[in-house]
Design a protein around this ligand. Sequence first.
Ligand code: NAP
Ligand code: MG
Length: 398
Amino acid sequence: MTTPLVEMDGDEMTRILWKMIKDELILPFVDLKAEYYDLGLVHRDETNDQVTIDSAEATKKYGVAVKCATITPNAQRMDEYKLHEMWKSPNGTIRSILDGTVFRAPITIPSIHPSVKSWEKPITIARHAYGDVYKGVELRVNEPGTAKLVFEGASGKKEEVVIQEFKGEGIIQGMHNTDKSIRSFAHSCFKFALDTNQDVWFSTKDTISKKYDARFREIFQEVFEKDYEEEFNKKGLEYFYTLIDDAVARVIRSKGGFIWACKNYDGDVMSDMVSTAFGSLAMMSSVLVSPDGNYEYEAAHGTVTRHYYNYLKGQETSTNPMATIFAWSGALRKRGELDNLPELINFGNQLEGACFDTLNEGIVTKDLVNLMEGVTPTQVNSAGFIGAIRERLAKRLG
Ligand code: NAP
Ligand code: MG
């Protein structure tokens, strides 16, 4: 390796898996050059969360990061870790520095059948991670009166529309987005599509929301025509826009194998539905792609606290490391692509291949046992699973 990979360590059970993955599956095979940031909650607290900011800045500098799941502190964690402050979600901090879109794709195998029979290939959800109801303001009104939407321009221009003449109690919500954020969302989606050779579907409710949702549609169309249409045509890829309700129906009837770009709320809801329908949260990988081409790979799940507490009690745990391994393989392959290192690209592919070999032979962690069809599963613990992958990886690499 020439350029360092930004390595962000994390918390609890995934921190245990992290070390096992590095020791067993990475270091014996790759001359790893990593810049290490410890995002474990203890170290975040010690550095007043500066380490999270530094790790995001390093990602901007080098372009590729791999991240372990981390605890987002709440009141209970304040006590448990004697924290100085309730630090913000590391993912939120990293996302706001890199300004990206989150792509989530299930890792699929032949013996785990999606609940939707027609799905043959994974569906990737691209969630716009800025604005709308997540940055909304709300009011409850408890008397008759007039609600208005008012804009006071810096130039002095003023615009006003009546939302509702209330005759009694009710509720009001105000939300926004920015052209800049929508544009970068569009760029991320089209870039990721070219990277992964998949069509892009985009859906909003622009028949009802003729200004707000329509602006999303307009910006996507504009960005597509200006910067991507030619390359899409060359590769035989398609950009397809439709209404969100039509999209839902088509997604269910589809064979899968495309990127579904979703507004913030749609992506929040649909990614949980899609991941569950494909089988297990432990088999969902996630990558944050910024408009200027930085990549941060991680598992979609959290630190698996329940398993960690069992582990601390000395009990055997069968936590699934697949999504975390795929974060490593994805990051190493991307590093290889950016630096033109065919061997590193091959390693990423072979590591994933060795995982599939293991699963296809029926060697699985506990969460997958009841999902397998057509093979008799053998349940192993995390170390046993990683050991089985290592054997197969060594064989593949000769
Ligand atoms: P979680 O860690 O995703 O785990 C929820 C449950 O899902 C687990 O108890 C387990 O079910 C199952 N599960 C998830 N990943 C698994 C795996 N790899 N193998 C086997 N089973 C798996 O979510 P959580 O318990 O709500 O959150 C725990 C911590 O993670 C929180 O502190 C939260 O802040 C943090 N979190 C971080 C991220 C991130 O860094 N991206 C994302 C989400 C949550 P069973 O118990 O039934 O076995
Ligand atoms: Mg959700």
